[in-house]
Design a protein around this ligand. Structure first.
Ligand code: PEP
Ligand code: MG
Length: 527
């Protein structure tokens, strides 16, 4: 009989297929050899695992590559294998010694207060299982195409190695919507549901995964399969129908033009987006140029990146947001350690004003890029007007320095994110901002007091809450009355189901995820 399991959707889409269990760290049924032989076995397994990860690194780019670089560095670090090798010397088999040592490490990472280290626990599990497979010679079931991968959690390399050529899906007992894997799944369009618990999934053979609804059906009956086929045909129909809007301006039935811009994080994304499909870049999250654990990018590196966005946009406006780290985006050495409440702490402009040298490097790179196209600069997490004034003064100072050195530069229009409720409630205090861009992700979490990264309160973290919509409408009205441009760049703009409410609230400029351009334009055309 069919069983329905409700979890949390981490990536939209529908898929039905056979279950493939993610190879866990199985240590059963392996006989150990002499300590010398076991030492060799473990060393060889680690070498093979490192070679695999290095091979994978060549097939990916951006964040996925950084994540693999972290794993490779761990595998190449003797400190990781030392406890296992010591256990082998005392007579324990390589498989048990390795798992025991890694489980200890993983427990330490999982117990960390720090989001960064907790997120790395998945990487360590990945490393543990990859090496163990080489020790035990276990086949990797994730490589089977057209399957639903089921397990406690899935490591990012298992995702990258899985064969998605015939589609597939992911259903996890635990997992998180903000993990690296969730991000990879959304980018690849692989449906994913997390937080399903083990009970209903442990023995399942066939699953229907509905990422949009966060719903999984185990052992579907004929009626479930028929409903699945209908839903999937409807989704595919919607996708194809939306495609015709991709390269056209977004127009409502009334003929009113809605601006549709794109949100980007890295230069490597540009190759997959046609600039003709959007009205420019509404949000470039510059913090993704800063990699945790890597040296900070210098002025020239940043300048080249900012210029690449302007060149790609070919005269369309490009809004680059200054560094928005802190909260859920830590950078060791810059963001504070052990904050009680990082989302309410030193993040965004609060942090860059506290690290003036870092801020100045970025502002100089931006002032230099501004000469090469219609650049706008946006400040995140503004709470009081003084933060704009201080940023503007720093900008002036940087310009003076560049000009004195004979470097071409200019100050671009300086606007702000509206994501702290204080700004949305009293936008008139921020008359010095050249434009407003509503960050509905943070605005929603602060208005509803429901964290954006905690699946347990996901239902409360609702951008369509009347209180959030009322604030958005007030900001849009203030923009119209004062002639200040207002856009919205939170994830809400990328959801066709929210488009109607946003336009009813008076928002006429949306900045959306690249994968959602056509769908959002199609939703606008319906209005
Ligand atoms: C937002 O808060 O809505 C936003 C766009 O910024 P981020 O998601 O990067 O915090
Ligand atoms: Mg934000």
């Amino acid at each position: 009989m069919a069983t329905r399991l409700q979890g949390t959707g981490a990536s939209d889409g529908l898929f039905m297929g056979p279950v493939r269990r993610l190879a866990g760290a199985s240590t059963a049924e392996r006989r150990a050899g002499t300590p010398d032989a076991e030492h060799q076995v473990l060393r060889h397994a680690i070498t093979l695992a490192a070679a695999e990860v290095a091979g994978l690194m060549e097939r990916v780019e951006g964040e996925a590559q950084d994540m693999l670089a972290f794993q490779l560095a761990m595998l190449e670090d003797d400190a990781l294998s030392a406890p296992a090798l010591a256990a082998i010397a005392s007579g324990i088999g390589a498989h048990l010694a390795w798992v025991d040592a890694l489980d200890g490490e993983i427990a330490g990472y999982e117990a960390s207060e720090d989001d960064y280290f907790r997120a790395r626990a998945a990487d360590l599990r990945d490393i543990r299982d990859r090496v163990l497979r080489h020790v035990t010679g276990t086949a990797d079931e994730a490589a089977v195409p057209g399957a639903v991968l089921v397990g406690e959690d899935i490591g990012p390399t298992a995702f990258l190695e899985a064969d998605w050529s015939q589609g597939g899906a992911i259903a996890l007992f635990r997992g998180s919507t903000t993990s690296h894997v969730a991000m990879l799944a959304r980018a690849r369009g692989i449906p994913m549901v997390v937080g399903l618990g083990e009970e209903g999934l442990a023995a399942a053979q066939t699953l229907i995964v509905d990422g949009g609804r966060g719903l999984v059906t185990a052992e579907p009956g004929a009626a479930d399969e028929e409903a699945f086929r209908q839903d999937r045909a409807a989704l595919e129909g919607q996708r194809q129908a939306a495609e015709q809007f991709r390269l056209k301006p977004a127009l409502r039935r009334s003929g009113e033009r809605i601006e549709v811009l794109v949100n980007v994080a890295g230069v490597e994304e540009l190759a997959h987006i046609d600039p003709a499909s959007c009205d420019g870049i509404g949000l470039m999250r510059s913090e993704f140029l800063f990699r945790d654990g890597a040296p900070l990018p210098g002025e020239d590196t940043q300048f080249r990146a900012y210029r690449a966005f302007l060149d790609w946009a070919g005269g369309r406006p490009v809004t680059i947001r200054t560094l928005d780290i802190g909260g859920d985006k830590p950078i060791r050495g810059l963001t504070p350690e052990g904050e009680q409440n990082p989302f309410l702490g030193l993040r965004g402009v609060r942090l860059t004003l506290a690290h003036e040298e870092v801020f100045r490097t970025q502002l100089k790179a931006l002032a230099r890029a501004a000469v090469h196209g219609p650049l706008k600069v946006m400040i995140p997490m503004v709470t009081v007007p003084g933060e704009i004034a201080r940023t503007a003064a720093l900008f002036e100072d940087c310009l003076a320095e560049l000009t004195a050195a004979g470097t071409p530069a200019k100050i671009p229009p300086l606007g702000i994110m509206v994501e702290v409720p204080a700004v949305a409630v009293a936008p008139e205090l921020f008359a010095s901002a050249a434009f407003f861009s509503i960050g509905s992700n943070d605005l929603t979490q602060y208005v509803t007091a429901a964290s954006r990264d905690d699946a347990r309160v996901a239902a409360l973290n609702d951008p369509a809450h009347p209180a959030v919509l009322r604030l958005i409408a007030a900001v849009a009205r203030h923009g119209r009355e004062t002639g200040t441009p207002v856009s919205l760049c939170g994830d809400m703009a990328s959801e066709p189901r929210h488009v109607k409410a946003l336009i009813a609230a008076g928002v006429t400029s949306l900045s959306v995820a690249p994968a959602r351009i056509a769908a959002v334009k199609a939703a606008i055309a319906e209005l």
